[in-house]
Design a protein around this ligand. Sequence first.
Ligand code: FAD
Ligand code: SF4
Ligand code: SF4
Length: 399
Amino acid sequence: MIEVSKKCIGCAKCVPVCPFAAINMIDKKATMNEACTLCGACVQVCPVQAITITREEASTRDLSGYKGVWVYVELSEAGDKTHPKKIKQVTFELLSEGRKLADRLGEELCAVLMTDKDHNYEKELGAYGADKVYLVEHDELFEYNTDIFSTVMVSLVTRHKPSVILYGATIQGRDLAPRVASTLYVGLTADCTALSIKDGLLLQSRPAFGGNIMADILAPNSRPQMATVRPNVMKMGEPVHGRAALTVRESAKLDKSLRRVKVLERKIDHGSGAVKIENANVIVSGGRGMKTREKFHQLEELSKLLGGVVGASRAAVDLGFKEKTHQVGQSGTTVSPKLYLSFGISGAVQHIVGMKASDVIVAVNKDPNAPIFNVAKYGIVGDAHEIVPKLIEALKKGK
Ligand code: FAD
Ligand code: SF4
Ligand code: SF4
């Protein structure tokens, strides 16, 4: 239920932001009509907090009409006419996982795409498993913005009632999902590492208590059930080219006054063209066992010879051996390279959760009982300070 209190000063700021033309000014007071979807956009702009939305108690809601698994489609930040924005890999990972969930539920898998310009993205989304693409095309969707994107998402949810929504645990997903959750008054499980279906509900698993236990979370009383998943956690399936998704175009009436944060300047850090750790095929990682910054730097040389990127345990980052952006693990980045080399890392559970999806793990540690050996395909019990220079020498000789 939506109500406008006596505090309303008749400024009419709420009128243009309503995506559903649900507000009329009557006797200098905002009045909502039956087109209101309770999206919350007007609440955000009212300067005197005159609008309140009261949502039904979760336990009294009829949840039977909620059907389908949705995946939020994340596009890269920048694009132009010649280089359109690309769908980020995490979307394909989520579609691959979402496909399995939808099949278990016997429901549709839908992708939710918000963009200023559609570049035939539906083709790729279909290839990765989407049955349907909800496409919202509008000039105001030219870049990610919390207010604009959450308003569109909430209105789509209100209209179509999905049962499950998955978002990437990226900067965008971590911003959007909580906003949608709080507007709809539903739960959200962040950073899930496994998803499955149990008794028709989404079973959301994630590490808890510093990674020492895995928590299984169910949301039986609210819909949609929402989760974020980090990039590289779910395996991306093989695309089936030519598999088509049905495109459902959704209209949105978006007013720029809804945008409370304006980007004044955009500086894109192209770096030195270096590959980001989350996209690297080879990672050479070091831990506290590397002992000093200078010795840690030998890993840079090794990774260059292998065409890889350097990673680090949290202990190594805390000691200043490497920047935080290279930290692998629960409070760092989740990676899944083809080859993960680890030197002087013990293998604490918080590190393992961030790299165990690597194709081949090779670990070097002095301690034969180090837990890193439990996930390593090849383990070398030895001194990293002897082994690293030997590897560098061998690679230089082209062995
Ligand atoms: P240590 O555990 O001290 O291990 C050093 C290893 O080096 C030992 O196994 C030792 O045998 C070996 N070694 C010593 N000398 C040599 C040598 N000369 N040659 C070969 N081996 C040698 N950690 C992360 O990595 N990433 C995270 O994202 C992360 N998030 C966390 C989040 C929370 C909430 C908490 C509580 C902890 C987190 N941690 C994280 C910290 C984690 O628990 C460990 O403390 C950390 O991973 C240990 O780093 P390490 O293996 O480099 O150091
Ligand atoms: Fe319009 Fe949304 Fe406000 Fe309802 S809650 S009046 S749909 S802006
Ligand atoms: Fe009234 Fe607030 Fe709407 Fe202004 S924005 S007309 S004060 S409800």
